[in-house]
Design a binder for this molecule. Structure first.
Ligand SMILES: Cc1cc2nc3c(=O)[nH]c(=O)nc-3n(C[C@H](O)[C@H](O)[C@H](O)COP(=O)(O)OP(=O)(O)OC[C@H]3O[C@@H](n4cnc5c(N)ncnc54)[C@H](O)[C@@H]3O)c2cc1C
Length: 318
């Protein structure tokens, strides 16, 4: 038996969350194969070996570039069958989640998501998962013979000590039924650093008073090589574009560093950012709920703190 990991490609490289999924799989099975779709070079795929995969199956046909959920699920099920995989691991993401749901039907497998710890196999296959947007945890026993596990972003560190993986072309022998949905055009969010992929995010809330004050947020973000984000009311008032709104009803982010400026920390906002590795909160109200979720907090006026912080980082960077 073996483990198959679905790895997502962005701009020709394996996504960080997929390398986390590979590392997670390698944590409980020594026989890890990955599967990738669409245009990607062998060099970019063999990196999966560093995280613990021995082989990458590559479905390289360009018609797989567009993230076709149905076609991905069919091909992953076929690949799992061909290597006799009893477990498929993937990252919880806007692509991984719908693929996992279809895959569980195709493989007749049990499925659980938001997993944050390696399985305990001493009595069944028990995983710990985060529930209620990170407010509680559940222990789940996956009783079916086959299982699909979604890994919450930042739940594990990426292994880097493996050897390069071998890369093999894999024929999905797709059916036209899998391509009934066609993506006609794509529009990419603009900006130096794309928010869903960003490793650092600087986010502003209603405490910034108006769109004219966003220059200091952009300055700090630029200094850190970060993406900018905002709370929901900020985008509702058109201070910032909607694709920057993070939270329960917005984009979910999981950067290494999330800096929240003038944001109260309502539960709906936290739901989209609480997977961040390190949260820094700047708020003039020391009672602001966000401080409870923060790793570091600065009580102070954003209009004084943020420019000073930016200058200090610029000085460090030289
Ligand atoms: C169904 C539903 C879904 C929702 N989804 C989302 C979501 O996805 N994302 C989201 O963000 N919200 C969401 N909300 C809204 C959420 O409940 C909050 O209303 C919102 O997050 C508050 O935004 P805010 O913190 O920017 O503003 P406020 O609550 O007005 O807080 C502003 C903060 O700025 C601080 N402040 C003021 N002046 C300064 C200053 N000079 N310097 C430093 N700090 C200062 C204040 O102390 C305060 O803490 C949702 C609500 C509902 C009901």
């Amino acid at each position: 038996m073996s483990v198959l990991v679905f790895i997502e490609i962005s701009e020709g490289a394996i996504k960080k969350s997929s390398l986390e999924a590979v590392s997670f799989a390698a944590g409980f099975d020594s026989n890890v194969t990955a599967i990738a779709f669409g245009e990607a070079s062998a060099d970019s795929l063999k990196i999966a070996g560093k995280a613990g995969a021995s082989k990458v199956l590559h479905v390289g046909d360009t018609k797989y570039n567009d993230g076709n959920i149905q076609a991905y699920a069919s091909a992953i099920a076929k690949a799992a069958d061909s290597i006799a995989a009893d477990t498929v691991v993937l990252a919880n993401s806007s692509l991984g989640d719908p693929v996992a749901a279809r895959l569980s039907i195709k493989m007749n497998a049990s499925l659980t998501s938001n997993v944050i710890e390696l399985p305990d196999t001493s009595n069944g296959f028990v995983v710990k998962r985060s529930i209620y947007t990170g407010k509680a945890f559940a222990q789940v026993n996956l009783t079916e013979g086959k299982r699909i596990i979604g890994i919450k972003k930042n739940a594990t560190t990426i292994k880097e000590d493996g050897a390069d993986a071998s890369v093999e072309a894999f024929s999905a022998e797709d059916s036209t039924d899998d391509f009934k949905v066609k993506i006609l055009s794509k529009e990419k969010a603009t900006g130096d650093v794309l928010l869903p992929e960003a490793d650092i995010v600087v986010s502003g809330g209603r405490g910034l008073k108006g769109p004219e004050n966003w220059g200091m947020i952009e300055d700090l973000a630029k200094t850190l090589g970060a993406a900018t984000a905002c709370s929901k009311p900020v985008s509702d008032m058109d201070w910032r574009p909607h694709h920057e709104h993070v939270g329960q009803t917005g984009i979910k982010v999981a950067p290494s560093l999330y800096i929240a400026v003038g944001i109260s920390g309502a539960i709906q906002h936290l739901a989209g950012v609480n997977s961040s590795k390190c949260i820094v909160v700047i708020n003039k109200d020391e009672e602001a709920p966000f401080f409870k979720a923060a790793d570091y907090g600065i009580v102070g006026d954003a209009f004084e703190v943020v420019p000073k912080l930016t200058e200090a980082i610029k000085a460090i960077n030289g």
